[in-house]
Write a protein that binds this ligand. Structure first.
Ligand SMILES: Cc1cc2nc3c(=O)[nH]c(=O)nc-3n(C[C@H](O)[C@H](O)[C@H](O)COP(=O)(O)O)c2cc1C
Length: 207
């Protein structure tokens, strides 16, 4: 919970898109969560997909064409969690030049809950996870989301150094890497702008 919150604060969910044992994604997720919660007017929360063991999508109908809460209690809770937010930061590993299956499954289970909200990305890998993020932008548009221009791409050398626990590597941090820190600042600014603009538009449309 952000001490700088106001009733107008934006609720941002940081979705950790890796569930594998020994995952690296926890580190950038925790750091991005701190960056968001240090920003005035943002109330950010971590959503760990390990806590949401959803089955592979098996609904006979796309969530884009169904109304009302899902019948599966876990999916219904997932629906409520995602619906509660004004925007998202997806922490996206790159697997075989794409994004993770667990992340796609989590996205596919819902539709309207994602609509008309901004989404930003934090990624890492050989090319900073750029290929995974570019694919995710396409999916986000189909889910009627507004992907931000800026993403946080942790460069390969920073990724490798922060993966290790040696004393030399400990000197390398996200905050001390301008490429990463500046990108996070820009992501927060873009999420804030889109978050307020789209929340106002959703409220107007619902009135
Ligand atoms: C199945 C698999 C495929 C991978 N493919 C890529 C890849 O295409 N590009 C890349 O930069 N890293 C790739 N990697 C390395 C990941 O960047 C690295 O394992 C990273 O830690 C994965 O994120 P995670 O630990 O949060 O799951 C791959 C890793 C796995 C497990």
């Amino acid at each position: 919970m952000n001490a700088l919150n106001t009733p107008n604060s934006l609720k941002i969910l940081v979705i950790l898109g890796s569930t594998r044992e020994g995952r690296y994604g926890e580190k950038p997720a925790a750091w991005m969560l701190d960056q968001l919660n240090a920003a005035p007017g943002i109330d950010a929360e971590l959503v760990d997909l390990r806590d949401w063991p959803m089955p592979f999508f098996n609904s006979p109908v796309s969530p884009a064409w169904t109304a009302g809460p899902p019948s599966d209690p876990l999916i219904a809770a997932w629906s409520a969690k995602i619906a509660s937010a004004d925007g998202y930061v997806v922490v996206a590993p790159e697997y075989n030049h794409g994004y993770t299956a667990v992340l796609k499954n989590a996205l596919d289970w819902l539709y309207r809950e994602w609509n008309q909200k901004p989404v930003a990305f934090v990624s890492y890998g050989g090319v900073g996870g750029a290929r995974a993020v570019e694919q995710l932008r396409q999916v986000a548009v189909e889910l009627k989301m507004a992907p931000t221009r800026t993403a946080v791409h942790v460069p390969a050398d920073v990724f490798m150094a922060t993966m290790k626990v040696t004393a030399a590597a400990a000197a390398v941090t996200y905050s001390a890497t301008p490429w990463v820190k500046d990108a996070a600042t820009n992501v927060i600014a873009e999420l804030t702008w889109w978050g307020h603009a789209l929340r106002a538009a959703r409220q107007q449309a619902a009135a």
